[in-house]
Design a protein around this ligand. Structure first.
Ligand code: XMP
Length: 319
C-alpha cells in the first residue's frame, strides 16, 4: 500500500526531528496500537527507545509470551518485561465494584511503569499508540452528555505525573489504518489482525472479585471460543469476541454427577470504532458447539450463555 509506505517514511523523519538524541520509553499493552507505535519508533531511533511491558497477569492465554517473543526475538527491540501479577491480583482481592477495579488497575499500572522508567534512568519522551478515535473519545466518550461511563485505562494517565513529552505517531490514524501500517512494518498477521483488548484485561471480564483461579478458568474458556471462531473462519469478520466469567453458579449434570459451577458468557460484536456495536449473528449450531466444548473442557464452568445486547444500550465489555 503506497500511502502507508509514504506515511511510514514521513513519520520516521518526524520522530527523528522531534526526539533528536533523547531517550524514549514506550508502554506495551499487548495490543496492536502500542506494538505498531513501538516498531515504527524503533525504526526511527533504534535503541534510544526502550519498551516496558507491564504484565498484570490479566492477559489472555499465551498473550504475554507472544508480546515478549515478538519484540525480543522477532524485532530485537529492547524490552523490559515486568511480572507484576502478584501485585495486581493482591490488590484486586476483595474489590468487586467495576470502577474500583478499574481505578486500582490504572493507578497500579502507573506506579509499576514509573518505577521501571526510573530503573532505566528515566526518559525524555513517552511514546503512546494513541489513535484518532482515542483523541475524539477523550473529549466526549458517548458523543452525548459528558458523563463517565467507564474510567478507561491505558497509558493515557501517565504524562501529567511523569513530566515527559509525548511521541504519538498514530494520532491521525483509525484502527484499520494502524493495521495497514503494521503490515507495512512487517508485523506478523496474527498480531496485526488481533481483536482489541482493554487495558484492565480480564479483570473487567470477571464481574465480582478477580482471583488467579478465576482468571485461569476464563483464559481456558476464552481460548476455546476464539479457537472455534478461527476454525470457522469468522475471526476477521468480528470486531471483538471474548468470554466472560460470571459470579453466578448454577446446577448441571455431567455423566452421573450433579455439578454446581460458574456460568460463562460469550460476546461477539461488529463495529468500526468501538463506539457503537452490533451483535454478531452466529449460527445456533456454532454456539452450541462452543458451549459443549467449554463445559466439557473447562473445569469450573457448567453453563454457557450468549450476549445478545448491542451497544448502545449495552457496552462491549461487561464492566
Ligand atoms: P466499551 O466496553 O466501553 O468498550 O463499549 C469500547 C471499546 O474500548 C475497549 N475498552 C478499553 N480499552 N482501556 C482500553 O484500552 C480500557 O480501560 C477499556 N475499556 C474498554 C473495549 O474492549 C472496546 O473495544
Amino acid at each position: 500500500d503506497w500511502t502507508m509506505a509514504e506515511f511510514r517514511k514521513t513519520k520516521i523523519e518526524e520522530i527523528r526531528a522531534q526526539v533528536g538524541s533523547g531517550r524514549v520509553i514506550c508502554g506495551l499493552s499487548g495490543g496492536v496500537d502500542s506494538a505498531v507505535a513501538a516498531v515504527l519508533i524503533n525504526e526511527a531511533i533504534g535503541d534510544q527507545l526502550t519498551c516496558v511491558f507491564v504484565d498484570h497477569g490479566l492477559m489472555r492465554m499465551n498473550e504475554a509470551e507472544q508480546v515478549v517473543t515478538l519484540f525480543r526475538d522477532h524485532y530485537n527491540i529492547p524490552l523490559v518485561h515486568v511480572d507484576a501479577e502478584d501485585m495486581f491480583l493482591g490488590g484486586l482481592a476483595g474489590l468487586t465494584d467495576p470502577e474500583a477495579k478499574r481505578k486500582f488497575i490504572g493507578k497500579t499500572f502507573i506506579d509499576v511503569f514509573e518505577a521501571e522508567a526510573q530503573k532505566i534512568g528515566g526518559a525524555d519522551f513517552l511514546a503512546q499508540g494513541t489513535l484518532y478515535p482515542d483523541v475524539i473519545e477523550s473529549v466526549s466518550f458517548t458523543g452525548g452528555p459528558s458523563v463517565t461511563i467507564k474510567s478507561h485505562h491505558n497509558v493515557g494517565g501517565l504524562p501529567e505525573r511523569m513530566n515527559m513529552k509525548l511521541v504519538e505517531p498514530l494520532r491521525e490514524l483509525f484502527k484499520d489504518e494502524v493495521r495497514a501500517l503494521g503490515r507495512e512494518l512487517g508485523l506478523p498477521e496474527v498480531f496485526v489482525g488481533r481483536h482489541p483488548f482493554p487495558g484492565p484485561g480480564l479483570a473487567i471480564r470477571i464481574p465480582g472479585e478477580v482471583t488467579k483461579e478465576r482468571c485461569d478458568i476464563l483464559r481456558k474458556a476464552d481460548a476455546i471460543y476464539l479457537d472455534e471462531i478461527r476454525k470457522a473462519g469468522l475471526y476477521d469478520a468480528i470486531w471483538q469476541a471474548f468470554a466472560v466469567l460470571l459470579p453466578v453458579k448454577t446446577v448441571g449434570v455431567m455423566g452421573d454427577y450433579r455439578t454446581y459451577d460458574s456460568v460463562c458468557g460469550l460476546r461477539a460484536v461488529t463495529s468500526t470504532d468501538g463506539m457503537t456495536a452490533d451483535v454478531y449473528p452466529f449460527e445456533a449450531s456454532f454456539l452450541t458447539g462452543c458451549a459443549t466444548r467449554i463445559v466439557n473442557e473447562v473445569q469450573g464452568i457448567n453453563r454457557v450463555v450468549y450476549d445478545y445486547t448491542s451497544k448502545p444500550p449495552g457496552t462491549i465489555e461487561w464492566e
